[in-house]
Design a protein around this ligand. Sequence first.
Ligand code: PPS
Length: 297
Amino acid sequence: MSENQDRKRSNLLVQVEGVHVMEHIANNYNKVSAFCPDPSDLLIATYPKAGTTWVQETVDLLLHSGDSETCKSAPIPVRMPFLENSARPGIPSGLDLLKAMEPPRVIKTHLPFHLVPKGFWENKCKVIYVARNAKDNLVSYFYFDQMNLTHPDPGPWEGYIQKFMHGQLAWGSWYDHVKGYWEERERRNILYLFYEDMKENPRREVERIMRYLDLSFSDDIISRIVELTSFKSMKDNPMANYTFMSKTIFDLSLYTFMRKGEVGDWMNHFTPQQAEEFDEDYEKKMKHVNIPFRTQL
Ligand code: PPS
């Protein structure tokens, strides 16, 4: 299944407090951990491939009253720094970008709850978390790891499922990630969203985010934001679709960043036996929490 199984990538994952991350993230982590946000800053947190970019674009449009021109002023990682990322060709590190920006800032992270800099909680920052059902999240990550040349080679599909189940992908265990924020969502006033809800009723979810941000807009503006954040609009938006990334990072000749954007694509990938084993393991790992994930609509 993996077209680039033979390609050798030397990049390995290392652990920070038991969480697998890219080496450059681990090397940068002490500085990240000491980052002190402003109380007006907003954090968008996700496990990779859960719908981060979709929520980022939605938030940016909400903060700019649906003004698409302003939101097309720069690539999304420049508008909303990726907290723990170090400098990439053409994009400064998250911390350097943040230093140069005045609050209120919108900040992206894939860090699990316990690795988020404490300042976000001490300063009572707003946090939006987006979660996507495990099987679709895994499929999306599998394609992403093929085209993201800075990540370890994903290897064949079967082995990739095992890595996901054992938390051996960048940013660690999906299970711990979604549970970590879920368990803290009320105490920390985290807005916990689901990718599947956004697909089912994008307008309802845009309005939910709008209310969380203490904003209020006319029906027309909300409709415009829903339209501008549709899969098709974002796929065609060069400031949101990651075509701006250097070819040394994303090999878009393999797969595009805005790949499919669907719920239930896992059914095109898991064999019945793989799904059965995955579900059995899932039940064990998720039995103490009741997070209402949906694997199809
Ligand atoms: S990343 O690299 O972690 O920031 O990626 P992330 O943005 O979290 O996830 C990318 C997946 O989200 C899909 N996506 C969307 N789906 C529906 N509608 C919209 N507007 C949208 N924007 C992004 C994107 O296609 C990736 O999912 P897959 O399943 O791979 O297509």
